[in-house]
Ligand binder design. Structure first.
Ligand code: ATP
Ligand SMILES: Nc1ccn([C@H]2C[C@H](O)[C@@H](COP(=O)(O)O)O2)c(=O)n1
Length: 223
């Protein structure tokens, strides 16, 4: 992996790197590694959709009721703390981060993310963040930051992704694989590579290998 100083001057300006991809393709791990190497924060957009879903579930609000969800979000403002080492998500003084990757949030989040009003709300939070940063999600390179200096899109087969995720969760590989395929299907509308994104199949690569591939592909000067 390249050392941070190589990109130190490049990423002090208004530069955004986007890393999109399918569920569990390694977006947040890779974005964190790239951000650390560049000495900038990374931004996990999925956490905002996950937090909106958790609050709706807790309030017993229907996940397809955009008006109720937005009213709730305005009453309970969320704050994304974007750091290179990891992102944290707060609702007022309460930290939600550790509750955002539960199975029930996984199952509900695609319905919430399908609502245009919620997407507009999330996009506004993201566009208000100070540059530079590495942004990961589904539509960072296509919709939210089309002006980004460098764009990547991560893929891997559902089986590979499920095997990786099974190392983190006490569920069996076929059940995780089926859930990933279903979430990919539900997120398909907003999850496509930008025409100018480099697509990376992470299947044959280690985490360090993917991070190194991205660092090596960054333009020498893109500000
Ligand atoms: N290239 C890789 N080689 C091996 N393991 C990897 C690789 N990329 C990611 N992983 C592992 O796969 C798991 C999923 O990665 P991660 O959580 O970063 O994916 P994600 O795309 O952000 O997931 P989600 O879409 O659910 O938010 C983690 O355990 C991570 O360490
Ligand atoms: N830019 C984004 C980011 C996320 N989503 C949706 C789709 C995912 O199922 C969900 C959780 O994201 P993850 O943590 O898996 O990255 O949020 C989206 O539609 N657009």
């Amino acid at each position: 992996m390249r050392a941070a100083p190589l990109h130190g001057t490049l990423y002090t300006g208004r530069v955004i790197v986007t890393i999109d991809g399918v569920a569990a393709s390694g977006k947040s791990s890779v974005a964190s590694g790239v951000a650390r190497a560049l000495g900038v924060p990374y931004v996990s957009s999925g956490l905002l959709y996950r937090a909106a879903t958790l609050l709706a579930l807790e309030a017993g609000a229907p996940l397809d009721d955009a008006r109720a969800l937005l009213t709730h979000l305005r009453a309970h403002p969320l704050r994304l703390e974007a750091l290179a080492g990891g992102n944290r998500l707060w609702a007022g003084e309460r930290e939600l981060t550790d509750e955002l990757h539960s199975t029930r949030v996984d199952q509900g989040v695609s319905a919430v993310a399908a609502l245009p009003e919620v997407r507009a709300w999330v996009d506004a939070q993201l566009r208000a963040l100070p540059e530079p940063f590495v942004a990961e999600g589904r539509d960072m390179g296509t919709n939210v930051f089309p002006q980004a200096g460098a764009k990547f899109y991560l893929t891997a087969s559902p089986r590979v992704r499920a095997e990786r995720r099974a190392q983190e969760r006490p569920e069996d590989v076929p059940a995780i694989e089926a859930a990933l395929i279903e979430r990919d299907r539900r997120d398909r509308v907003q999850s496509a590579p930008a025409p100018d994104a480099r697509v990376i199949d992470t299947g044959p690569l280690s985490l360090e290998g993917v991070i190194g591939t991205i660092l090596a592909a960054l333009p020498a000067r893109s500000a």
